[in-house]
Design a protein around this ligand. Structure first.
Ligand code: MIC
Ligand code: SF4
Length: 644
């Protein structure tokens, strides 16, 4: 049997572990990225690892999320990250340079390399055949300090593409269709590997849209083969030398397989409040929109924005609609300003934001009460826009632009337009947004920390017996945006866990932190896919700070499960999912003999209020067990060395 692309890269980078599916392996990490809302924690943890300089080929710190500076907090965080970069030999990407994933795709991602990033959309680089994985900040800190990352060997899901997309469809419509079929947890434990002659019809930035939203499927990552489009893209980025041919062997083995006919993909949306709520635009009632937002790491490429400009050209945004456009990178902003596309957008009445995440993470542009916002973004979780009762629909940039003109969610075919533009032969990136590492002898010894930067909570070792109340019982699909809400008011506090903890679960209940304080911590019970969405380890650090000892759920999202373990909070699943119904909020719970149970995988939960016992499973790797027993990954990783 031959190898898939993913297995080829994993084999090249394997440091320890057997290549059997489900087994935990350590892989060498070539590149890392952080962004500013997860970066402060990652660099505080890197400092605690006591190293001189990073061990990777290339590590970057992007400033892209917290670029609205409403107080001293964000600029202070940025200065801390900048000084950490200077201290450890990391490239710093200043605010205004663009969204980490777009800039990384343009300037750094390379076929055949491994990348981990403290952002769940790091797999965007799979469009350039990198094995790119999103992880918690601590995992990224360890990768910077030690050069390795542990991952459960995923299964490989092959998606074979045939034919090509119709003119009015975008790669976004394809990934929304896949999400509709597989759901937000359908690819948990898988790498999505694309193949087939249809791949050739997709540009690298189309592929990036698809890999980006693989995160919404729960996938470990997504990856495309490298081919002539890859080479052409790298040439246009002045990086021809980074090209390497990489494709799956003809007889590669896969664990799952589907074939998709691109010619059948039609303009689609994800309805509120999850990215898998698929519907064809033509099957929607005429839904009036109040706001349209175009951009984010999913759909803010040069190509996407040129399509938007072609649609807006000579037209006006509907009087009841606010259209905001945020370009993915300074390079793209510069190119569309040079070629006149930006002027077309402005003339049509679009509001232009700087290159960054912006409204995608509620950093400005919160919709009106009960408003409808149509976005070319990747997540539409409740409250994420900054307005709790807003309804967010996700769609392609074409659907967004046409709808901004017509005032309701409309199929792009409702307006006539032609795409007449050429990709620049050379994107000639502005270099002034980067600060490259200093020579070793010139590096500062200290970082600078503003008053809002508080120490992160220290993980505790697992208790032999956990006796706590259920302080919160959540339904299926609890997101990290629920556990640690993010919006323009809260993002400035990403380095202040005590402050953030006051807002935990505010999208669902008002008094979570109060409940924890009154009960000296507690246990969380939840349904399927607990912790889906963002990689923010704050969603584990806040519960740690509030004294949460265990989370019992029907299933967990991959990154969040690791973040819980890294923070010393044990994640357990119901053996029989029906038992979820048996437990109520404020029941008194006991989970005894945890040390023995770690080995047998079988845990017993006694609900003392109901006088019943429930079987739980805790399936941990040897490393994860040691982390839980030692009280967190930081202690464990400090003294661990693999490879050279
Ligand atoms: C997101 O899209 O949810 C974020 C904001 O980029 C997060 C990171 C964060 O919470 O800071 C992610 O995707 O990991
Ligand atoms: Fe930024 Fe949104 Fe992408 Fe997250 S999903 S990295 S907030 S643009």
């Amino acid at each position: 049997m031959g190898n898939s692309i993913s297995m080829k890269i994993i084999k090249e980078h394997l440091l320890s572990g057997d290549l059997t599916e489900g087994n935990e392996v350590a892989i060498k990490i070539d590149q890392t990225l952080t962004q500013d809302s997860t970066g402060t924690m990652a660099y505080l943890q890197l400092e605690a690892m006591d190293i001189d300089q990073v061990k990777t080929e290339k590590s970057l710190a992007y400033i892209d999320h917290n670029i609205l500076q409403t107080g001293f907090e964000n600029p202070d965080d940025h200065l801390f990250i900048k000084t950490a970069c200077e201290k450890y030999g990391i490239t710093f990407s200043k605010a205004g340079n663009g969204i980490c994933h777009q800039v990384h795709l343009e300037q750094f991602a390379k076929p055949g390399k491994t990348l981990i990033g403290s952002d769940s959309h790091t797999p965007t680089a799979g469009a350039l055949s990198s094995l790119a994985i999103g992880a918690g900040g601590l995992d990224v800190a360890v990768a910077m300090a030690k050069g390795f990352y542990f991952v459960k060997l995923p299964k490989i899901f092959n998606i074979k593409l045939i034919n090509s997309l119709p003119k009015t469809s975008n790669a976004k419509d394809l990934i929304l269709t896949i999400l509709g079929k597989l759901t937000v947890k359908g690819a948990t434990g898988y790498i999505m590997e694309y193949s087939g002659e249809g791949v050739k019809s997709l540009s690298v930035t189309d592929r990036a849209t698809i890999c980006n939203m693989g995160a919404e499927l729960g996938a470990t990552t997504s990856i495309f083969p490298s081919d002539e489009n890859t080479l052409e893209y790298l040439k246009s980025q002045n990086r021809e030398d980074d090209y390497m041919e990489i494709f799956a062997d003809e007889d590669a083995s896969y664990d799952e397989y589907i074939e998709i006919d691109l010619s059948k993909i039609v303009p689609s949306v994800a309805k509120p409040h999850f990215p898998d709520q698929f519907e064809k635009v033509k099957d929607l009632d005429k839904i009036k929109v109040d706001q349209v937002a175009i951009g984010s790491c999913t759909n803010s490429s040069f190509q996407d924005l040129m399509k938007v400009a072609s649609i807006l050209d000579g037209r006006s945004v509907h009087p009841d609609v606010s259209l905001v456009i945020s370009p993915g990178s300074a390079t793209i902003l510069e190119k569309i300003s040079e070629n006149g596309a930006l002027a077309k957008m402005i003339k049509a009445g679009a509001r232009i934001l700087e290159a960054g995440c912006g409204p995608c993470i509620g950093m400005g542009q919160a919709p009106k009460s009960n408003g409808v916002s149509l976005r070319s973004f990747n997540r539409n979780f409740k409250g994420r826009s900054g307005t709790l009762d807003a309804k967010i629909y996700l769609a392609s940039p074409e659907t967004c632009a046409v709808s901004a003109i017509l005032g309701y969610i409309a199929d792009p075919s409702e307006l006539e337009y032609e795409f007449e533009f050429e990709n620049p032969k050379n994107f000639n990136h502005p270099k002034s947004f980067f600060i490259e590492p200093l020579k070793k002898e010139d590096r500062p010894k200290e970082t600078i920390k503003g008053p809002n930067i508080k120490p992160y909570p220290i993980a505790r070792a697992l208790l032999e017996k956990i006796e706590q109340k259920v302080v919160f019982k959540g339904k299926d699909g609890i997101t990290t945006d629920d556990i640690c809400p993010s919006n323009a008011k809260l993002l400035p506090y990403r380095s202040n866990i005590p402050y953030l903890s006051e807002f935990s679960f505010k999208t669902i209940i008002d008094d979570f932190s109060q409940r924890c304080k009154e009960n000296d911590g507690g246990i969380i019970v939840a349904g399927e896919n607990y912790g889906q969405g963002s990689s923010r380890e704050h969603a584990a650090l806040i519960p740690l700070y509030l004294g949460i000892k265990a989370v019992v759920a029907k299933s967990f999202a991959r990154i969040h499960r690791s973040n819980l373990i890294n923070s010393g909070i044990i994640p357990l699943v119901f053996e029989d999912k029906n038992d979820y119904e048996e437990i109520d909020e404020f029941d008194q719970i006991e989970i005894a003999n945890t040390f023995d149970s770690l080995n047998s995988k079988n845990f017993t939960l006694i609900d003392k209020t109901k006088n019943i016992s429930i079987k739980l499973i805790g399936d941990f790797s040897k490393r994860e067990k040691e982390i839980l027993l030692e009280g967190g990954y930081l202690n464990y990783a400090k003294n661990l060395n693999l490879g050279d």
